[in-house]
Design a protein around this ligand. Sequence first.
Ligand code: ADP
Ligand code: F6P
Length: 323
Amino acid sequence: MHRIAVLTSGGDAPGMNAAIRAVVRTGLDRGFEVFGVRHGYSGLIADEMSSMTARDVGGIIQAGGTFLGSARCPEFKTVEGRRQALANLDRRGIEALVVIGGNGSQTGSYALSQMGYPVVGVASTIDNDLYGSEITIGVDTALDIALEAIDRLKVTAASHRRAFLVEVMGRDCGYLALVSGIAGGAEAIVIPEVRTDPEAVADELIDAYRRGKSNGLVVVAEGSEYNAAGLAKYFAQNQERLGFDLRVTALGHVQRGGAPGAFDRLLASRLGGGATAVLERGEHGVLMGLIKGEIVATPLAEVVSMKKALDTRLLELAAMLAK
Ligand code: ADP
Ligand code: F6P
């Protein structure tokens, strides 16, 4: 195997650039020619790819986003779309593909590998919802960004004795909310994995003020049954009973756009290097992830069929810490 390609797909995540750099440089070191594909699976279908040198990936390890570009590509979900992608790879003599991305992207990897093409995935999404890696590229940096915002919101909340609903990303997964809620000292955390009654959240806040707190912080995962807007509606209807002022801040894409911290740069470098090591051994159809501190290859078939569990017992710890 001599030619491989690398792409980034789905939601960008801080550290994707470090992963591209690792795939290119370790790939070259292992004797591959490495192609960079623009704009995820869209570039594969549109044949937007070029051979890369070690210098092409210079000066990007510290940058957020992905310099190759990323995309959501509905066409890749069709057999015709994937056939077109395979035809382009074939014509260029590219014999394997590294896909840096999250849940959806690795479902795409699996679909391609099911068509007989060698693919290796690299676990990258801020949502941390991907089976096969305890933590994925981008999570740590996204958490730091959420915490910086939460810390600031607590300052202004305390000045006005206000409560804040802070909505964080995560799609259907509550990991970002759970961890930023604990580390940010939230009075309540609302996640999709656990049914939460708005009245119970209101009671938590009322009780926090009774205990002498100067503010109340609720971290809400965007994918919860009641997201921040839904909770705010309930709170507005019960304003008199609550007896405190409330504001809502949705952090949104701010969480995704940061420069990667040390953890994500190292994780991305290790996972990217792991991907080319696996290809050098002639293996594929796996996702590179971090398990118990080690870089581990998990079959893509297992990755797409399993759901990553969230340790909801952490909610009990959060409740005790909020006292
Ligand atoms: P993420 O990888 O961040 O979870 P998405 O869920 O948007 O992001 O998936 C990224 C891309 O992966 C999609 O736009 C599509 O091109 C591809 N993809 C997702 N699901 C499938 C599927 N079932 N089959 C083939 N490709 C898929
Ligand atoms: O998957 C990463 C993520 O940031 C999710 O947390 C969020 O729900 C989604 O992408 C937002 O997607 P888009 O960038 O297409 O608005």
